[in-house]
Design a protein around this ligand. Structure first.
Ligand code: GDP
Ligand code: MG
Length: 440
C-alpha cells in the first residue's frame, strides 16, 4: 500500500546525508507509483508529483543540511494543500433553518451521518435540528432514520413511503418553521449506481429545499470509485461539501487525496465508526500524516531532538534490546509524549509499526493515555518493574484502584507486552528500528 511504499522510500532517504538528482528522481517515481497504487486519480498524481518535484528542486534540498527531512516535509505539505489546507466549516444560513441535504450512493452512510451530524450540532452549537426522512424506496430506510433520531434524541419528520419525497421535504420544512428548528437535515435515497432517476429526484429536492449545504457522503473504502462517484454527483448537484465515511476501516488514503482535487469541493467531515459520536471535522494536515503513514515521523524527528537527550535514549534502547522495558519506562514515555503535544498514537510514532496489524487497535488518544496512566499508577513498584507478576488477582486490584474495567486493564497489559516484544524485535532485527530513529 501507499503507506508502506512511502515508508520504504523515506527509509532509503533517511540514511543519506545528501540527496542526489537521481535519488530525487527515484523518490519521485516511488511516490508516484505509491499514490497510483493507492487508487489516487491519475491526473491528481501527476500534478502532485510535479509540484513536489519543483519545490524539492527549488529548495536547497540538494545542498541542504538534512535533505531527507526536507523532502518529507514538502510531500507532507503538498498532500495537505491538495486536500484543502484547512478545515472547512459547515455553511450556515442567516435565517433559520439552515437546510442540509445528504446525498450519496446506497450504503455510503447518509442516514448514519445525518444522525451523527444532528448530534454534533446539538452538542456543539446547542442546535435544535429536525431530521427529514425522504428515502421512500425501502420502508426500512424510514425506520432506520427514526431509530437514529431516537438514539440522538432528535425529532424525525416522516410520512411513510407512499408520498413523493419532494412533498415530504416540503411538509417537513413547514414543520421545522412551525417548531422553529434551526437546522434541518434531509436524508435522501441512494442507489448502488448513479442513475438518472435518482439524480432527477435529488435535483427536485434541491430545487424545492434550496439547501445551504449539500453534503455528498462517500465511502472511503471504495477507492477510485469514490472519486468517480463524487464527480458524478457533483456534476449534477453541485454539492457544497463531502463527508468521507468509514475511515475507521482499512482504507487507503487515495479517496481523500483525489476528491478535493477532482471536485474542488471541500471534505468537511469524516466518519470514523458506527457510533453516533464517530463524526469528526476533516483536517487536511492530519489526513496527510495518515496517508504518509509515517507515524508522525516528521513531528517525531523534530520533537525527539528537543525532548530526548542522548543518554536517556541510549539507556532506553538498551532496555528495549534486552527486553527489560517495563511500565516505569512506559510511563516515562507516555509523559514525554504528552509533553510533546497532541500526538494521538504512541505506537504509530514508531516507524514500521504504524501499520502493524497486531497493533491496529492499540489507539492512544489523550483520554486513553490518561486511563493508561491511572492503571500504571495503581501498580505496585514490583508490578511496574516486573510486569510478569501481573496475575488475575493483581489485575483485579489494579482495576479497582484505577477505576478502570478489568477488561481494559487486561487489554492494556496485553498491548504493552505486544509493543514491548515488537520494539525488541525491531530493535534487534535491524537498525532501522527505534534506536536508529531516536539517534537521528
Ligand atoms: P446510507 O444507505 O447511505 O443511508 O448508509 P447508512 O447510513 O445506512 O450506512 C450503511 C452502513 O455503513 C451502516 O451499517 C452504517 O453503520 C455503516 N457506516 C456508516 N458510516 C460509517 C463509518 O464512518 N464507519 C463505519 N465503520 N461504518 C459506517
Ligand atoms: Mg439511508
Amino acid at each position: 500500500g501507499l503507506t508502506e511504499r512511502l515508508q520504504k522510500t523515506f527509509r532509503n532517504l533517511r540514511g543519506k546525508g545528501k540527496v542526489s538528482e537521481s535519488d530525487l528522481r527515484s523518490t519521485m517515481r516511488e511516490i508516484r507509483l505509491a499514490l497510483l497504487e493507492a487508487d489516487v486519480n491519475f491526473t491528481v498524481v501527476r500534478n502532485f508529483v510535479k509540484k513536489v518535484q519543483t519545490r524539492a528542486k527549488g529548495a536547497d534540498v540538494l545542498e541542504g543540511l538534512n535533505p531527507a527531512q526536507q523532502i518529507v516535509k514538502i510531500v507532507d505539505d503538498e498532500l495537505t494543500k491538495t486536500m484543502g489546507k484547512e478545515a472547512t466549516p459547515l455553511n450556515k444560513s442567516e435565517k433559520i433553518p439552515t437546510v442540509i441535504m445528504m446525498a450519496g450512493l446506497q450504503g455510503a452512510g447518509k442516514t448514519t451521518t445525518a444522525g451523527k451530524l444532528a448530534l454534533k450540532l446539538k452538542n456543539e452549537n446547542k442546535a435544535r435540528p429536525l431530521l427529514i426522512a425522504a428515502d421512500v424506496y425501502r420502508p426500512a430506510a424510514v425506520d432506520q432514520l427514526v431509530q437514529v433520531g431516537q438514539q440522538v434524541n432528535v425529532p424525525v419528520f416522516q410520512q411513510g413511503v407512499d408520498v413523493d419525497p419532494v412533498d415530504i421535504v416540503k411538509a417537513g420544512l413547514d414543520q421545522a418553521k412551525k417548531d422553529k428548528n434551526d437546522y434541518v437535515i434531509i436524508d435522501t435515497a441512494g442507489r448502488l449506481q448513479i442513475d438518472q432517476k435518482l439524480m432527477d429526484e435529488l435535483k427536485r429536492i434541491k430545487a424545492l429545499a434550496n439547501p445551504d449545504e449539500i453534503l455528498l457522503v462517500v465511502d472511503a473504502m471504495t477507492g477510485q470509485n469514490a472519486v468517480s462517484t463524487a464527480q458524478g454527483f457533483n456534476d449534477d448537484l453541485d454539492v457544497s461539501g463531502v463527508v468521507l465515511t468509514k475511515l475507521d476501516g482499512d482504507t487507503r488514503g487515495g479517496a481523500a487525496l483525489s476528491i478535493r482535487a477532482v471536485t474542488k469541493k471541500p471534505i468537511k467531515f469524516v466518519g470514523q465508526g458506527e457510533k453516533m459520536t464517530d463524526l469528526d471535522v476533516f483536517h487536511p494536515d492530519r489526513m496527510a500524516s495518515r496517508i504518509l503513514g509515517m507515524g508522525d515521523l516528521l513531528t517525531l524527528i523534530e520533537k525527539t531532538q528537543k525532548n530526548y537527550d542522548k543518554k536517556q535514549t541510549q539507556k532506553l534502547t538498551e532496555k528495549i534490546q534486552k527486553n527489560t522495558f517495563d511500565f516505569n519506562d512506559f510511563l516515562a514515555q507516555i509523559n514525554k509524549i504528552q509533553k510533546m503535544g497532541p500526538l494521538k498514537n504512541l505506537i504509530k510514532m514508531i516507524p514500521g509499526m504504524a501499520n502493524n496489524p497486531a497493533l491496529k487497535n492499540a489507539n492512544m488518544n489523550p483520554k486513553d493515555m490518561a486511563h493508561l496512566k491511572a492503571v500504571i499508577y495503581s501498580m505496585t513498584k514490583e508490578e511496574r518493574t516486573n510486569p510478569d507478576v501481573l496475575n488475575p488477582s493483581r489485575r483485579k486490584r489494579i482495576a479497582k484502584g484505577s477505576a478502570r474495567p478489568i477488561h481494559e486493564v487486561n487489554r492494556m497489559i496485553k498491548q504493552f507486552n505486544m509493543m514491548k516484544n515488537m520494539m525488541n524485535k525491531v530493535s534487534n532485527g535491524n537498525m532501522s528500528g527505534m534506536s536508529n530513529m531516536m539517534n537521528q
